[in-house]
Design a binder for this molecule. Sequence first.
Ligand code: ZN
Length: 467
Amino acid sequence: MLDKDYRYYISKIDNIKTYRRKRNHTPWLVLLGCIGILGTGASLALYDRDLSKNLDYNIQTQPETSPNPSANTEESASLFRKNMENVIVAPPVQRVANNEIWQEVIVNKGDSLSVIFANSGLDPRESYEIISLGKIASPLAYLMPGNLLKIAYTESEGVRKLSKLRTNINTTDYLEIYQKDNKLQARRITQEPDIHHKLVVGTIKHSLVKDGLHAGLKNTQIMNLAHIFGEDIDFTSDLQPKDRFRVLLEESYLQDKVIEKETIIAAEFINQGKIFRAIRYTDLYGNSNYYTPEGESLRRDFSRAPVHYTRISSYFSSKRKHPVLQKDRAHNGVDYAAPSGTPIQAASNGKVIFSGKKGGYGNVVILKHNEKYRTLYAHLSRFKKGLKQDTKVKKGEIIGYVGQTGLATGPHLHYEIRVNGTPRNPLTVELPKAENIPATLMKDFRNTAHELITQLEMADTDLAVLD
Ligand SMILES: [Zn+2]
């Protein structure tokens, strides 16, 4: 088993983060709730005993910056202002092509198009003509400091005449002003990005972290991979030597600039001989999620283990000898051993219907998720501050902390799932899944899935070499 080799800690801080490995620490994994599957903004620090071979080992990760933000946002403007504070502005860049002289102008605070035109030796009346084109030209009517304008003009007998003006609207689209029949016109131009795919394959020998890095994945990608399959594979205890993974990454470029960093668009993880596959699919509203090749969401509405535990100390059974009472009694849940104080997360969205002391359960929280499902969390050392009856909770939200109140021989979470009032085995009970691919998109999804799986399978020959 690799559970002792494998551990990592993820923090959701948008800074470069260094984490120093501690020795003899109980292995556990913390995946803070709201790390998006797309993994933007999250930074990651890793623990990996095997990797460090008893040496202190630091890994630094850079925060993911959003690629090339829109030139017209307040954010980029303020960033620009910050950068410009101590900078002397360079003279405009000029180049000549097809009789046109091109100039790049960065908008300063207080600049309007007419001011820029006047400074560039152009006729400010042309700027009014542009503004009068209406809504399509509005990015030029409301210039933000930091915007970049590319201006082309022709010059004859000392008179300059605008021929083209371009400014970015977002990462793929730009606005172009051009001359047609001696009149200025505006159009929006969408550029098709260049898409590059990269396949990464690896075999587990030590840990997901070590072998992931070795195969060429970045820390954030390893985190995303663990997150994508996290509902099906318990990476703290299920991982086995010879497990294999294949990851297909996509990066898009526009004129040699990266506009989307390497994103996982398909992945396969073979865990103990069982194949798990994930396909990334973006719906009509631009939401991207991961699905099985059959179009089922990989996210479950319910978590089977709402705590990052070290081991399962007791399984669900209809009859067992109670460790404290020494009598045969049904065990209506699963006991997840974890250090005292480990946060416990709500298994799904719901509301608190009980929080307080209850006999052998000690401090207990019961959540109602809908008419059918309830979950129970027992032996808590303490509750989350402010948690009381009728408090609404979201999946992954902390509700309390592991302890050993009530009848318990050590710190652990006793977790029950009740379906229509009957306790069911949390490890095997069928649980509702998040939304699957709707029938209307199924055809498109299947085409995407087929294409991506074909690409994943192309890794077979490489894999043999790498092994
Ligand atoms: Zn129990």
